[in-house]
Design a protein around this ligand. Sequence first.
Ligand code: PPE
Length: 306
Amino acid sequence: MNEAKYIWMNGEFKPWKEAQTHVLSHTLHYGNGVIEGTKAYKTAKGYAIFRLNDHTARLLESAKMTLIEIPYTVEQLNEAQLELVRKNEFNGDNVYLRPFAFLGYGVMGVYHKDAPVETVLAAWEWGAYLGEEGLKSGIRLKIASMNRPSNTSNMGKAKATANYLNSQMAKFEAIECGYDEALLLDDQGYVAEASGASFFMVYKGQLISPPNDNSLESITQKTVIEIAKDMGYEVVRRRISREELYIAEEAFLTGTAAEITPVRDIDARIIGGGSRGPITEKIQSTYFDIVFGRNAKYEHYLTYID
Ligand code: PPE
């Protein structure tokens, strides 16, 4: 990975290599942690973090859901993230931020009430999540053999570290099979989300994205719905079954890291023209205009570091 200079840990900036934890940290054994993924883009007025407040608020909400008490406010964490981007003196086009909280060292056994909470903000330059070529020409998506766990046994709306075991197994399987990313169905057989992104498809001119019944309340998905409606597209949130995927006219994934990544193939069915579709392309270029500060209408989503 691309190392940066500093990581904020429990209220202090530490040199990158000194931000460490003990091997007996609770989360390493039992998996209860919460993460965010937030992005800063280099605009004409310097770096701006996209939807900073929404991401930080979701971190605190995820933590509340999973019984982790983060001892900082949204405002404190927002300010620290801005300072983190400033202090690291990045150069690249964009910077990925990973705010997270985990349970540290001192308690063993599943009961975690007395385990210390460690709060961390890291940032680094991270290239295109599904590759530069993926952004242009689309990726190949495979429906995973595992389902997204149901609401009776999981908290899919929390951006919980523990949810990523399911994602990891699905992603590994997809890549082993020659695909780029995994799409997970829910326990009823309807689309939930990709291993690290949300799903959209176009059919008969309508933009369709599944409800967040057992998937992350995605910030990019919300943004895309807002901008697509603004562009005049009809957007529908409804369940999508497997066979509907196969006859989609266009499909794409959305996420902070994935941005707007076109899908060109699902389970060996070529989607549309087998490349980035025209509606996908328009939404993608609008999204990039917004995050890079080239669209005044959405500037309220940007927090400039200076
Ligand atoms: N679903 C999942 C499972 C998910 O991990 C993400 C983001 C999304 C949907 C989209 O959420 P949002 O970023 O709010 O639009 N995944 C993050 C981490 C990916 C990783 O591999 O790490 C991200 O995009 O930052």
